[in-house]
Design a protein around this ligand. Structure first.
Ligand SMILES: [Mn+2]
Length: 435
């Protein structure tokens, strides 16, 4: 039997503070689902990050629920894993509410075989009734905590299952990571269970089509529609956005990318290195007057260290107004890489600034850390020493990473607590024995 299914990911409904961008993203999501209905696909797979947050704007949730209902009314089942953005293990997310009302099936259930750290995870297969395709998946976790899950996946069990199989996941893989994402957390491709026909990926915000070495499987990431951060907009200039339609019988026979149109994105890059604030201001004026910006998403990016002048002398506000008067759909300024001669830095919403802030907060917290006064004096001294100076910041980081685990399905609270304690103890050698 030949059948076709759609593979979407990283829709990020509810992203963007700017109304125009939020609406543009939602329109793209609408167009994608409507195209799925037109194409009469047999089912739809969403590989995580349907929503941008656990509790996104309710008007957007309502529209998404309505879209999913229309898809369901057209007789098209939807299967989804959760992403790093739309799911919280400790609280109810909007996506749980939609799932509970039957708008899609989540591929999350798994069985735990064995005990403690040695237990293996067996995601349950869900069989699509009309096509017989078997779907299994793992949801993404914050900061790729899913590594722990993948390390415990029961590969032999998953590989042995007969039939056409789709593995739905939300993680970055080392081997296919795009250059702009090289700082991201990723895992080796070998973590994926072998023997599947299609690996439906999410989380990498770039379209990727790949193969699994030694297998017959196709591995693909459709990438986002509009995405959810500045870099996604920049990359939308030269990479069409959309989703995949996969044709299959006993294995994948065709993979087609279906483009979802977005408004034009115009980038004005203003190098500031070694120039004066006045010179950059001139370039900004020229950029504004250089073309029509009607209906466009306009990105203005300034970076580099000025030779003279103050970044505040560059009239970004006036440029924004002028572009909006021209009918620009939205204007985004990226100034996180712009610095004045006196090491004066303007923070924006760039990823760089975010990492710097994180590093500074960790360093501050470690420097100001005081062990519990109830501790034995000697132990307290040793704990305090472990968090001192540059090495102390590293200790802090290691502890954070060690305790950033989540309970696996079916794990008892006490077992989870002792696992967390053990992991924390392991990065504080010499301290774990003390009470
Ligand atoms: Mn995403």
């Amino acid at each position: 039997m030949t059948f076709r299914f759609a593979h979407l990911a990283d829709l990020h409904v509810g992203a963007w503070r700017e109304r125009a961008l939020a609406e543009t993203n939602l329109s793209a999501v609408r167009a994608a689902f409507e195209r799925c209905i037109e194409e009469r696909v047999d089912f739809i797979v969403i590989a995580g990050d349907l929503f941008d947050a656990t509790l996104p704007d309710m008007a957007h949730v309502r529209e998404t629920a309505d879209l999913l209902r229309r898809v369901g009314d057209a007789g098209i089942p939807v299967y989804a894993t959760y992403g790093s953005h739309d799911y919280s293990p400790s609280a109810t997310s909007v996506i749980d509410v939609l799932e509970a009302s039957g708008l899609f099936t989540k591929l999350m259930a798994s069985d735990l075989v064995g005990e403690g750290d040695e237990a293996l995870i067996r995601p349950r297969f869900f069989v699509d009734p009309a096509t017989g395709a078997k779907l299994a998946g793992l949801s993404g976790r914050q900061r790729s905590l899913e590594r722990e899950y993948y390390r415990r996946l029961d590969h032999a069990y998953l590989e042995a299952e007969p039939g056409f199989k789709v593995f739905v996941f939300h993680s970055a893989l080392d081997e296919v990571l795009p250059e702009h994402d090289l700082h991201a957390e990723s895992m080796p491709r070998s973590f994926l269970p072998p023997g599947f026909d299609y690996y439906a990926g999410g989380h990498i915000h770039t379209r990727i089509e790949s193969a699994v070495p030694g297998g017959r499987g196709v591995l693909a990431y459709p990438g986002p529609l509009l995405g959810h951060q500045y870099g996604d907009l920049e990359r939308a200039r030269d990479a069409p956005r959309g989703f995949f339609i996969v044709t299959a019988d006993e294995s994948v026979t065709d993979l087609s990318f279906v483009e979802v149109p977005l408004p034009p994105v115009v980038l004005h890059d203003l190098p500031a290195e070694g120039r004066t604030a006045g010179e950059v201001a001139c370039s900004l004026d020229e950029a504004v007057a250089s073309r029509s910006h009607e209906g466009a998403i306009v990105l203005v990016r300034a970076r580099g260290r000025l030779a003279a002048g103050d970044p505040r002398e560059i009239p970004f506000g006036a440029a924004r107004e002028a572009l909006e008067t021209q009918g620009a759909l939205c204007v985004k300024l990226s100034r996180s890489g712009l610095a004045g001669p006196a090491r004066h830095r303007i923070r924006g919403d760039g990823a760089e600034a975010k990492q710097e802030i994180e590093a500074r907060v960790i360093a501050d917290r470690c420097a100001g850390f005081e062990p519990d006064p109830a501790l034995d004096d000697q132990v307290r001294a040793r704990v305090a020493a472990a968090f001192e100076g540059g090495a102390g910041t590293k200790t802090g980081r290691r502890v954070l990473e060690a305790v950033a685990v989540e309970p696996v399905d079916g794990e008892a609270v006490r077992a989870f607590a002792s696992r967390v304690r053990e992991r924390a103890g392991a990065v504080l050698p010499g301290l774990e024995e003390e009470r």
